[in-house]
Design a protein around this ligand. Structure first.
Ligand code: ATP
Ligand code: MG
Length: 467
């Protein structure tokens, strides 16, 4: 095969259709595994290089080093099949130079510092393969600053991802659920995108039956991930930590119009005296902060006329400093600014601003202003340590309460529909690959953390409200 006789039938029908999407659109190649996405990327690069010769400069990044080596082997096979020994490869720079002078560079980009090497460099096509391995889109977005080309050479950004990685949430928010083949504006970056989904069924170059069997076998302990990869269903997620216990129908409650009063509790003459309220807070500045108004039931009806068994926890409201475009980033607010939002939320509910927060805000970093907790106190918000010592114990308590939500005789954990960040992140939190008992800490876990602290409030004096 040579460049000139690279025939359309060398590509699957899906790949041919994807090649026909006008170049002015950036691409999100999603769906399931094995659809031929990476092969399509090589074909897109080849076409660009053939058209624009030495002015074509392509870059593809992956996060992990082993991942990069696999990609290198795939690209080497592909371009060698076209150019034979006229293809040059610089192993040190991971760079292919095609006989027409065009270049295709492969690189690893793991953290902020890795980005420096692209500063000042220009590429006409940039692709991020396995974009779901990035917990936040920040680094991926930054790559765009190197997307520049001489007049007449089109530039294009291409994201490729499978469901279930730590970046699952931001990819779903931006791209993965968009209708295939239809252009749309990615609101976070303001660029025009087309999402193209494929599954292994679109790839006639593999033994599909065997591929499906192998894929399911590779996910024997995590059939949900297997299904997501096979069917390209981004709504089921790899080993989502709470998947087996979190059922929206049982856990979600409609927003409460007000907090329940203590009055109907008179029937529990010697029982608990009333609902108790407090705050639970996970601090961040560059990262998001999340604060919940937490209600603990004495075994009583809520204002929604549902009965909450004694000890049930209801997350009634949420204040979050999550950046609207990036669930992993905060708004960078100062402590007094955060405190004033929290005080406002408490005022709306008529409770006083007391509660628990992560232990880290009690550490003294030698600042004249004291600890972050001190700063909060000065601004009228009183936090105590959540004693988050046992992370896994906390997650287990949360799983148990979620599993018991909806049972008439056991305390459960209930979360208002208005706790948006909780609902956007907690159901999708992946497991830690090294420790399946834990949540992956690189995922957006701030709402989950604050929720976990809410469950450790037991020793904390609660603020009881009576109407
Ligand atoms: N047009 C093609 N011609 C020959 N082989 C192809 C073609 N398209 C895909 N393949 C082969 O099918 C297999 C899967 O393709 P590819 O790796 O591109 O899929 P993918 O969607 O990137 O998979 P993953 O989701 O696992 O990253 C590879 O072995 C690839 O070489
Ligand atoms: Mg691939």
């Amino acid at each position: 095969m040579t460049a000139s006789n690279q025939r359309p039938d060398d590509l699957s029908q899906w790949q041919q259709q994807a090649m026909a999407v006008p170049e002015e659109y950036d691409l999100f190649l999603g769906g399931g595994r094995g659809g031929g996405k990476t092969h399509l990327l090589a074909a897109l690069f080849l076409r660009h290089c053939e058209r624009h010769q030495e002015r074509a400069r392509c870059l593809v990044v992956r996060k992990s080093h082993p991942g990069l080596q696999d990609l290198e082997a795939e690209f080497r096979d592909f371009f060698t099949a076209v150019y034979g020994d006229r293809l040059r490869f610089d192993g040190q720079k991971h760079k292919f130079t095609l006989p027409n002078g065009a270049t295709v560079q492969l690189d690893q980009m793991e953290r902020e510092a890795d980005f420096q090497k692209y500063q000042g460099k220009s590429f006409s096509h940039i692709a991020v393969d396995e974009a779901g391995q990035y917990a936040s889109p920040a680094l991926v977005d930054r790559l765009r600053s190197s997307l520049r080309a001489p007049a007449g050479v089109p530039v294009r950004f291409i994201l490729i991802a499978n469901p279930g990685g730590v970046g699952h949430t931001w990819l779903v928010r931006r791209y993965a659920l968009a209708a295939s083949w239809q252009p749309y504006t990615d609101e976070a970056t303001d660029f025009e995108f087309v999402t193209i989904n494929s599954t292994y069924l679109d790839n006639e170059f593999i033994d599909r039956e065997r591929y499906a069997r192998n894929l399911m076998a590779s996910c024997a302990t995590d059939p949900e991930l297997g299904r997501a990869w096979l069917e390209g269903d981004w709504s089921v997620i790899r080993g989502a930590y709470f998947a087996s216990v979190l059922d929206q129908q049982r856990v979600m409650v409609e927003p409460w119009p007000r907090l329940p009063s203590a009055a109907p509790l008179d029937m529990w003459a010697d029982g608990p005296s009333g609902w108790r309220y407090s705050l639970a807070h996970d601090y961040g500045s560059a990262a998001p902060s999340v604060t919940f108004v937490v209600a603990e039931s004495p075994g009583a009806y809520g204002p929604d006329r549902y009965f909450y068994p004694s000890g049930s926890i209801v997350l009634v409201d949420e204040d979050s400093t999550t950046h609207p475009d990036d669930i992993s980033a905060g708004l960078g607010l100062t402590v007094p600014d955060q405190a004033s939002r929290i005080v406002d939320m408490c005022r709306r509910w008529g409770i006083s601003p007391h509660g628990v927060a992560d232990d880290a805000i009690f550490n003294n970093h030698g600042s004249a202003a004291g600890t972050i907790a001190d700063e909060f106190r000065k601004a009228g918000v009183h936090f105590r340590r959540a004693h988050k010592g046992s992370r896994i114990g906390g997650w287990q308590a949360m799983r148990r309460l979620l599993a018991d939500a909806g049972k008439p005789d056991k305390p459960g954990l209930y979360v208002s529909r208005c706790c948006q960040v909780w609902w956007e992140t907690v159901p999708n939190l992946p497991r830690d690959q090294r420790n399946p008992e834990d949540v992956d800490t690189t995922a957006p876990d701030h709402a989950a953390d604050a929720c976990r602290y809410a469950l450790t409030r037991i020793e904390i004096p609660h603020v009881t409200i009576r109407f």
